[in-house]
Ligand binder design. Structure first.
Ligand code: NDP
Length: 252
């Protein structure tokens, strides 16, 4: 199936590792020029760029901090100057801090909401503005979590709230800009084997597996393939939707 992605430009936040890295690789394999972001691990990001360039495709890495709006503006300016206006934004980067509600400080709460939710608002706003300036449509895909629906079970209430907030924001954004040709969807993940969850998974593997009807955690690559389809031309009729890729952990 031709996904119609060749020649597009995608910004993938958190493309240096985990799910974002595989999304970057998957999009690049479809002929997309990928601007991937990292926060601290520049070498990892450059490795992904190198891996993509070795296949004859194009990519570059830009530093961006989810807690710093100036770095987001710089990301869009740089990506636009180097490649042109982006066609796709994948809001993938995020943090998963631990803390039970009785112990959470206001700063723990605000930090997580800022990094996981406010950043999605700011980056989406920059993307939409760029689409409007260039009189072109675009696709936004947000990576959220089953925790947005279930709530957290292991001390991540602030994370669950941030991921649930994405859903309400995305639906509003989808409504406000459908007539501009901009679509907005969400992909809710369950448990994916990445750095984010690896140590928790090792500690409580039986607990996590018991919650997944398919009986295994997901690999980042299989999540990336779904994400790639969701930003492809084959998904033009989707907007305001949330897709659950959780091995059955979330059924609604
Ligand atoms: P990883 O921890 O493996 O990778 C995180 C990525 O985000 C890295 O590229 C990292 O950059 C970047 N990043 C982290 N903090 C910041 C920050 N403050 N500013 C900018 N970039 C930052 O995460 P995953 O791949 O596991 O997660 C990807 C998405 O999937 C997240 O939104 C997560 O919430 C969601 N998700 C993951 C699940 C899982 O089981 N793994 C389950 C449900 C949802 P750098 O390399 O420079 O540190």
């Amino acid at each position: 199936m031709d996904l119609g992605l060749s020649g597009k430009h995608a910004i993938v936040t958190g493309g240096s590792r985990g799910v974002g890295k595989e999304i970057a690789l998957s999009l690049a394999a479809e002929g997309v020029h990928v601007t991937l972001t990292y926060q601290g691990q520049r070498e990892k990001a450059e490795e992904v760029v190198g891996e993509i360039q070795a296949t004859g495709r194009n990519a570059h890495a830009v530093k961006m901090d989810l807690a710093d709006s100036t770095s987001m503006q710089a990301l869009f300016q740089q990506a636009n100057a180097q490649v042109g206006a982006a066609d796709i934004l994948i809001n993938n980067a995020g943090v998963w801090p631990k803390g039970y509600i009785k112990d959470l400080t206001l700063s723990d709460w605000t930090d997580t909401i800022n990094k996981n939710l406010t950043s999605v608002f700011l980056l989406s706003q920059l993307f939409v503005q760029q689409c409007l300036d260039h009189q072109k449509g675009g696709k936004i895909l947000n990576i959220t979590s089953q925790a947005a629906f279930h709530g957290a079970t292991t001390g991540h209430a602030h994370y669950a709230a941030s991921k649930a907030g994405i859903l309400g924001f995305a639906r509003s954004l989808a409504r406000e800009h459908a007539s501009d040709g901009i679509t907005v969807n969400n992909l809710a993940l369950g448990i994916v084997e990445t750095d984010m969850i690896r140590s928790s998974l090792q500690e409580k593997e039986d607990y996590y597996l018991s919650r997944i009807p398919l009986g295994r955690v997901a690999q980042p690559k299989e999540m990336a393939e779904i994400a790639t389809f969701l930003v492809s031309e084959k998904a033009n009729y989707l907007t305001g939707s949330t897709f659950d890729a959780t091995g059955g952990m979330l059924m609604r």
